[in-house]
Design a binder for this molecule. Structure first.
Ligand SMILES: [Zn+2]
Length: 187
C-alpha cells in the first residue's frame, strides 16, 4: 500500500464534476463495466468458494492475487485491507467465510515495500491533531514483515470464532520478483 502524503487537490476542484466535463476515474470504471457486462454470461456459480480457501492480503495495487496464485473466478474469498493485517474486521469476514460459506484454509499475504512499513502510531496522533478526534482504530503499522505475518497467523489460530484453524499459512510476496516466501510460524 503506497501512501503518498498531501497530494490530493483542494476540495471542490479537480474531481468536481460540475467544474469540469472531464470524465472522473469512476466514470471510467463504469464505462469499463458496461463493456464487461456486454460480454458477460452468467457462470452459474455457487457463492461457496470452490477451493474452500480464504486469502487475506494487503490492498496494495501491485498485488494481483488471482494471477499470482493461479486462482480462477469462484475459487476463493479475498479479504484485503491496509497491510493484510488480521484485525477484528478480518476475523469477522473469516468467521462468515468459514461458518456460512464453507472455507477451511486461510492464506495470509504481506508484501515487500508495504506502506505500513513507513508508518507508526504517530499517524493516528497526527490525524487527531488535524481533525480534533482520534481514530478509534490502531494503525497496525509494523517494522518487521516476517514478525507481522507471524502475529497475523497467531491471531487467526487463536480466534475462538473460527472452526478451522489447522491450515493457516503465511507468506511475504516480493513485488519485484512476484515470488512468495513462506514464513515459519515459529520465530
Ligand atoms: Zn501493503
Amino acid at each position: 500500500m503506497p501512501i503518498s502524503a498531501s497530494q490530493s487537490p483542494t476540495p471542490g476542484t479537480g474531481q468536481d464534476r460540475t467544474d469540469s466535463p472531464e470524465p472522473t476515474v469512476t466514470d471510467r470504471l463504469v464505462q469499463a463495466n458496461a463493456q464487461y457486462a456486454a460480454a458477460f454470461t452468467d457462470p452459474g456459480m455457487d457463492a461457496r468458494p470452490v477451493l474452500k480457501v480464504a486469502v487475506v492480503a494487503c490492498m496494495d495495487a501491485r498485488l494481483d492475487l488471482h494471477a499470482a496464485l493461479g486462482l480462477e473466478l469462484g475459487d476463493c474469498h479475498t479479504i484485503r485491507n491496509a497491510g493484510g493485517v488480521v484485525t477484528d474486521d478480518i476475523i469477522r469476514s473469516l468467521t462468515i467465510s468459514q461458518r456460512a460459506l464453507g472455507t477451511r484454509s486461510v492464506v495470509l499475504i504481506h508484501h515487500t515495500g508495504c506502506g505500513l512499513l513507513d508508518l507508526t502510531e504517530d499517524f493516528r496522533h497526527d490525524i487527531e491533531a488535524e481533525v480534533g478526534q482520534r481514530p478509534p482504530w490502531a494503525v497496525e503499522a509494523f517494522k518487521d514483515l516476517d514478525q507481522d505475518v507471524r502475529q497475523s497467523m497467531q491471531r487467526v489460530r487463536t480466534s475462538p470464532f473460527l472452526p478451522h484453524r489447522d491450515d493457516v499459512r503465511g507468506f511475504v510476496f516480493d513485488v519485484t520478483t512476484g515470488l512468495l516466501r513462506e514464513i515459519d510460524p515459529r520465530p
